[in-house]
Design a protein around this ligand. Structure first.
Ligand SMILES: [Zn+2]
Length: 251
């Protein structure tokens, strides 16, 4: 990713996006014994594996890293991408490595077979780096389609989008909701979500990219991440990677 791509914003794309989110390819009814927070990193920049993991681990928590193998070691707007050494350290420490496609293309505008081939390529690349076959997926730019949601490999227990909302009650495991931890007013919104989620024993997912004192427009400071985890703990949240969080669902 040498330039920041922006998905289409025309009216047809917007309507299609809304219909895709509304269509539950893997409808589930989720309930939990306590509220859960998952911190996820997309792409992911080396700083997420370094500074990001340090913050999580200080809280005794682990995160989920959605890796796009095409971005490994490559410099982009969020900094340089992860390396095989980052994968090894994260896996050894108990973090989750998820799939974020290999090419990081807009899956809403790409043939489904091309995407499925790309998902397999990403799995192979991650396994070659020592990661287990990913059990979770995040759509690049949050973009997906009905046909892709219907045809996600069964090895993925979940797929995550980028539309905000709590994951509790009627939920689509093929497009979990998530809050950005970057951008104007984002942290305020996620704090409000935590308050509601604490009462409803809901699952909140946050997503970001780089973690730095001077983050990109898509990144988070270590201080903001630390404050969020501190608040979540105060409200009684358990902080878990995505697949471990899903495993906490009540029967
Ligand atoms: Zn991404």
């Amino acid at each position: 990713m040498t330039v920041a791509y922006a998905p289409r914003r025309d009216i047809v794309s917007k309507v299609r996006r809304r219909m895709t989110q509304h269509y539950a390819a893997r409808a589930a009814s989720l309930s939990f014994a306590q509220p859960i927070l998952s911190i996820t990193f997309d792409d992911f920049p080396a700083s997420a594996a370094d500074a990001g993991a340090r913050v999580l681990e200080r809280h005794g928590a682990r995160g989920a890293y959605y890796a796009a193998s095409g971005m490994a070691g490559v410099a982009g707007p969020c900094g340089v991408g992860y390396t095989a050494a980052d994968i090894a350290r994260l896996v050894a420490a108990g973090h989750e490595i998820g799939c974020h496609t290999s090419a990081h293309a807009d899956c809403a505008r790409q043939d489904v077979f091309t995407t499925l081939e790309d998902l397999a390529r990403n799995r192979d690349a991650l396994q070659a780096m020592g990661a287990p076959s990913p059990r979770s997926h995040a759509f690049p730019y949050g973009e997906t389609s009905k046909i892709l949601k219907d045809n996600l490999p069964p090895r993925f227990a979940t797929a995550r989008g980028i539309l905000p909302g709590l994951n509790v009650g009627r939920t689509d495991l093929a497009q979990l909701r998530a809050y950005p931890l970057f951008g104007e007013g984002a942290m305020k919104r996620v704090y409000a979500a935590l308050k509601t989620a604490a009462k409803r024993k809901a699952w909140v997912i946050g997503f970001t990219h780089d973690v730095s004192d001077t983050p990109s427009a898509w990144g988070t400071t270590a201080g903001d991440l630390n404050a969020l985890l501190t608040e979540a703990r105060k409200l009684g949240f358990v902080i878990l990677p995505v697949s471990a969080a899903l495993a906490r669902r009540l029967p």
